[in-house]
Every structure is written in structure tokens, then in C-alpha cells.
Design a protein around this ligand. Structure first.
Ligand code: PMP
Length: 406
């Protein structure tokens, strides 16, 4: 297909292709090619013909099979059809899109809410539109890819600070021109290790240097804070965060992204934010499920309690077995098991799958260089027996692979 003198643009991926081929030649299943053949519930699926416990989804609050949520989607599909075939600013705003933005305003208590087609696009759009040429974005080195990509799209100067270091944030902000526009981007929960940010201290430093603040609460929505708004609510920073970004793909249980704010000029962003304007809006069935789910999450205290119980039990169980974990105690519903190298990570992952447990494997570039993780994320619907079974499976797999003492 390519001519004799065509430089093959894919040749830069040769080392990655070779690494993958070598790994798969050892007989392991490809950790990045799992297919869910049937999904039985938020916590169980059929993978490779076998019932498997799911411990690697972001279905924190187990809303995907909630009967009211499913029914809202079904009804909207009947009433509005399968898709909008257009942008939010042209023919793609239906009443369910306005309704989900109302639900978000109720949930977050803000004056504005803007819905994007994914959380990735929400970060891409909001960050690139807020901070452009001549402005500065100051972000945590461990920020999610969508945050980095938002920085690059907007052409702002990018300044990274050491993960969760208030001191480094202060130092780096102090070196920037006083009058320049500055956006500090933080995350409530960092999804690789499951640790949370020291938001009050970071907010104080950002304010001292005259920066605006955006907080991504993708992994905090639903179960942190009195109203489930996120870590920023739990830690008392509601009045100081200018923009909260979130997603429907985790606790809400569908797909979509959003930004909420009390900024009086926020609505202008709808006209100038390219990842909002130049793409089709979400199908009405999706936003209808999201609206129902968000309103139910406002009264989900029991589920919230159960999710925290599950997270603490799993964290303690794995720690007692001798696994190295991403945090000293359970700071969120993500528990990261740190393995010394790719071989052990893949070995553990495969053993767990053979035993009937699915977890996420994470490797660079999603993780810091040289870090291989098995990321466990809990669901409020995991039953006590399932959590006990999961710990038992980790014990078996860990001994089999040799990463914990037998
Ligand atoms: N922000 C963070 C912190 C995330 O972890 C993710 C997804 N893993 C996103 C944004 C993007 O969300 P979405 O899946 O809706 O694109």
C-alpha cells in the first residue's frame, strides 16, 4: 500500500508492537482486549464464557441497572429517537439536554451547567477555552490525559508541579508574572493511586497568587461530601473553586461530561468552546438516563456508606495480605496494587482473571514511568461475600505469582 519512498508514519510504534508481541508470546491474554460478552449486573459479567466479578469499572454507585434510570432512557429513546445528528448550538439541544443541565445545577447548587459529549471533551473544551496564548496553566504532574490535552489545545504556557505538593505549587506560581491570567487545575481524586488532593491548602496558595481554580471531580462525584459533590465539598472548598468538571461515565453510570460554575459570564463559553460547538450532542436517551441518575444520587446515603465500607474492607484485606498499595488507608473507592514490573503485573492480572475477577491493569503512559498497577475500583453494589471472595482471589493469585509470601 505504501510506495517505495513513503516514510511509514507508523514505524515509530515498532518498539511498542515488539513489546506487545513478546508479552503475548508468553501465553497471557491481552489485558487491553477484554470483551464483556454479557453484563449480569453492575458487579458481574461473562468474560470468556465465564462469570466474572467486576472490580475494574467506574460504576461506583451501581447506577447502570437502576430500573428508573433504564426506564428514563427507554422512554427518551421512544420519544426523541436514537440521536440528535447535530451540535448543541444548532439542532442538537433537545429538552432532555436542558433537563440534565437543570439536574446538574440542582446537584451542585450552581448557577450554570454545560454538558459535553464526554468528560474528556469537557476538560479539553473548558481548559483550552479558559486559558489561551499568554495565559498560564499550573497543573499537577499526575493530571489526567484530558487535562494535558486541554492545555495543549489552548496554547497556554504549561507549568507542572510535583504531585500533590502544596509547596511546589506555591513556588511555581510565585515565579509567574503577577498580571498574567492563571488557571490552577486540580483533581479531587487522582485515579491512578486513588489518593485525594490537599485541596484547602492548594486553594489558599492559588488564591494568594491570583489564580482561578478548576477541579476535576470525575472520581469524587456521588460519594464525597454531604451532597456527593466531590472532594472539594467534603474539604469545605465550595466557595473557592471557580469551575468543577465531571463525567457521567463513573458514578452517574452512562456517558457524557460537564462543567458547573457560578461565574456570571459562564454561558458565553457555549459560543466559543470548540469541543462543545464542533461535535454532535449526546443522544437524548443518554442524557435522560443521566438526569434520572443524578437526581437519585442526591438521595443515595445508603449506597455511599456501603461503597466506603467496601473500599475500607478491601484496602485492609489487601494490606494484611502484604500487597503494596497506592495509599496508606482507603482514601477513595480506587485501591491501587503496585507491582514491581510488567511481568508480575500481567501475571497477577491473568491469574485473577482465571479465578474469575476482572481488575484494570495500568501502565505508563497512564501511570508515572516504571509504575505497573492493578487498579481495583469498588462499587456500592459489591456484596460482602463478593468482597471476601475478591480478597481470597488476591491471596491465591499473589502466592501463585510470588508477589506475596506463601
Ligand atoms: N477526568 C478524569 C480524572 C478521568 O479519570 C477521566 C476518565 N477516566 C476523565 C476526566 C474523562 O472522562 P470520560 O470517560 O467521561 O471521558
Amino acid at each position: 500500500m505504501t510506495g517505495a519512498h513513503t516514510a511509514d508514519l507508523l514505524s515509530k510504534f515498532d518498539p511498542l508492537i515488539a513489546e506487545r508481541e513478546a508479552l503475548l508470546a508468553t501465553g497471557v491474554r491481552d489485558p487491553f482486549a477484554i470483551v464483556m460478552e454479557k453484563v449480569l449486573s453492575p458487579t458481574e459479567a461473562i468474560i470468556n464464557g465465564k462469570p466474572t466479578i467486576l472490580l475494574g469499572t467506574y460504576n461506583y454507585m451501581g447506577m447502570t441497572f437502576d430500573p428508573d434510570v433504564v426506564e428514563a432512557g427507554r422512554q427518551a429513546l421512544t420519544d426523541f429517537g436514537s440521536g440528535t445528528t447535530g451540535s448543541r448550538v444548532l439542532n442538537g439541544t433537545y429538552s432532555p439536554h436542558k433537563d440534565v443541565e437543570e439536574a446538574l445545577k440542582e446537584f451542585y447548587g450552581t448557577s450554570s451547567a454545560m454538558v459535553f459529549s464526554t468528560g474528556y471533551q469537557a476538560n479539553l473544551g473548558i481548559i483550552s477555552t479558559l486559558a489561551g496564548k499568554g495565559d498560564y496553566i499550573i497543573l499537577d504532574a499526575d493530571s489526567h490525559a484530558s487535562i494535558y490535552d486541554g492545555c495543549w489545545l489552548g496554547n497556554a504556557e504549561i507549568v507542572r508541579f510535583r504531585h500533590n505538593s502544596v509547596e511546589d505549587l506555591d513556588k511555581r506560581l510565585g515565579r509567574l508574572p503577577k498580571e498574567a491570567g492563571k488557571l490552577v487545575v486540580l483533581e479531587g481524586v487522582y485515579s491512578m493511586f486513588g489518593d485525594i488532593a490537599p485541596l484547602p491548602e492548594m486553594v489558599a496558595v492559588a488564591k494568594k497568587h491570583g489564580a482561578m481554580i478548576l477541579c476535576d471531580e470525575a472520581h469524587g462525584m456521588g460519594f464525597f461530601g454531604e451532597h456527593g459533590r466531590g472532594v472539594y465539598e467534603q474539604l469545605g472548598c465550595e466557595d473557592d473553586i471557580d469551575f468543577v468538571v465531571g463525567t457521567f461515565s463513573k458514578s452517574v453510570g452512562t456517558v457524557g461530561g460537564f462543567c458547573v460554575s457560578n461565574h456570571p459570564k459562564f454561558e458565553v463559553l457555549r459560543l466559543v468552546c470548540r469541543p462543545y460547538v464542533f461535535t454532535a450532542s449526546l443522544p437524548p436517551s443518554v442524557v435522560a438516563t443521566a438526569a434520572t441518575s443524578i437526581r437519585k444520587l442526591m438521595h443515595a446515603g445508603n449506597k455511599r456508606g456501603k461503597l466506603w465500607d467496601n473500599s475500607r474492607r478491601l484496602h485492609k484485606g489487601l494490606k494484611d495480605l502484604g500487597f503494596k498499595l497506592g495509599t496508606e488507608d482507603a482514601q477513595s473507592a480506587i485501591i491501587a496494587v503496585i507491582l514491581p514490573d510488567q511481568e508480575q503485573a500481567v501475571g497477577m492480572w491473568q491469574s485473577l482473571l482465571d479465578l474469575g475477577l476482572y481488575v484494570n491493569m495500568a501502565r505508563p503512559p497512564a501511570t508515572p514511568a516504571g509504575t505497573f498497577l492493578l487498579r481495583c475500583s469498588l462499587c456500592a453494589e459489591h456484596r460482602d461475600e463478593q468482597v471476601a471472595e475478591i480478597i481470597e482471589m488476591f491471596a491465591k493469585a499473589g502466592r501463585h505469582v510470588g508477589c506475596i509470601p506463601s
